[in-house]
Design a protein around this ligand. Structure first.
Ligand code: XMP
Length: 310
């Protein structure tokens, strides 16, 4: 039986043994995994920690502000990096899912490398968990935060990586987060992938397409707030479909809504959401986002589908 208290005690010792009196950067996206790691490292090295939030332009509505505020409330020194333009630049012309994932990973680690160099810090802490490693090693997809396990030495980016949660699954991470006293809005937070909305914009990722899926995501999250499901989100398709807006034919965007249940993200089940809820989501998405003419609901389990579309 997993004991979060014992895990935390061992973890603090482990981190101390690895980093000694050195300063550490924690790559924090505001999700439960990376925030838990940030707090663990903060407990170990205190002021020697700098949490870094990279704004890649792919976050949900209001997310950058939420993360910076959360870290401030936790009294953790935080650096906000505006890398929006640079990230959109690397997606230019890329339509293949794995190519996009790798482009994100490269930009993510090189951005951290720049910060590490500026701050003269050698250690980067990140919230990789067991499911991330399993799926990347199996070759299902390249998770953005898995390097050493697939033979890439992070020293090429100029730093060493520490991953205190890499043996835990999501439910255990939540237990650790609760034990650390993290606010509920973090410890119970819905999982959100590191490459963020880039996995939910099919085809080339552009600021315009990201804005569409960001708005659709906000609607889905608002309308599914009361469901205790594992992950709820929207996906923007790369192809278009015919519809009618303002009594005129338009060739517009297609959004798929995905609502799944899972415990460890290794398998997942499409959820039987009440039909009126789905209808409300569809109505709002097609009314509030001018370019969207069609809203679909994904009824596929994992496997054969994955949770994300890319
Ligand atoms: P899939 O799509 O593989 O996702 O069924 C399983 C879980 O992992 C999340 N996910 C990621 N998380 N970096 C992350 O930090 C990634 O590259 C990544 N890809 C997928 C996904 O949201 C789900 O919770």
């Amino acid at each position: 039986m997993f004991n979060a208290k014992v895990f935390i005690e061992n973890s603090l010792q482990e981190i101390k043994k690895t980093v000694g009196d050195n300063r550490v950067i924690s790559a924090c996206s505001g999700g439960v995994d990376s925030t838990t790691v940030t707090v663990l490292v903060h407990k170990t090295v205190g002021e020697k920690l700098v949490a870094v939030f990279i704004d890649d332009g792919l976050r949900r509505e209001g997310e950058p502000e939420f993360v910076v505020k959360t870290l401030k409330n936790l009294k953790i020194k935080t650096k906000y990096i505006d890398a929006k333009e640079e990230f959109f630049q690397v997606f230019k012309g890329k339509t293949d899912a794995e190519e996009k994932r790798k482009a994100f990973r490269e930009k993510f680690y090189s951005t951290l490398g720049k910060v590490a160099k500026e701050e003269k810090i050698q250690f980067i802490a990140q919230g990789t968990i067991k499911a991330d490693v399993i799926e990347t090693v199996k070759g299902i997809k390249s998770q953005h935060n898995v390097l050493e396990q697939i033979g890439i030495n992070p020293q090429i980016y100029g730093y060493k990586i520490i991953e205190p949660l890499k043996e835990l699954f999501k439910p255990e991470v939540r237990m650790v987060a609760r034990q650390l006293g993290l606010p509920k809005e973090i410890s119970e937070r819905m999982p959100f992938p590191g490459p963020a909305l880039s996995l939910r914009v099919l085809g080339e990722v552009t600021p315009e397409k990201t804005a569409i899926v960001r708005k659709a995501t906000q609607i889905v999250e608002q309308e599914t707030n009361g469901l205790s499901t594992f992950q709820n989100f929207a996906v923007l398709h790369n192809d278009k479909a015919t519809g009618i807006k303002n009594e005129k034919r338009v060739y517009g965007n297609i959004i798929t809504v995905r609502i799944v249940n899972s415990t460890d993200a290794i398998t997942a089940q499409a959820t039987q959401v009440p039909y009126d809820k789905l209808m409300k989501i569809s109505k709002r998405i097609t009314e509030e986002i001018p370019s969207v003419v069609r809203c679909l609901y994904d009824i596929t389990d994992k496997p054969p589908a994955t949770i994300e579309f890319e």
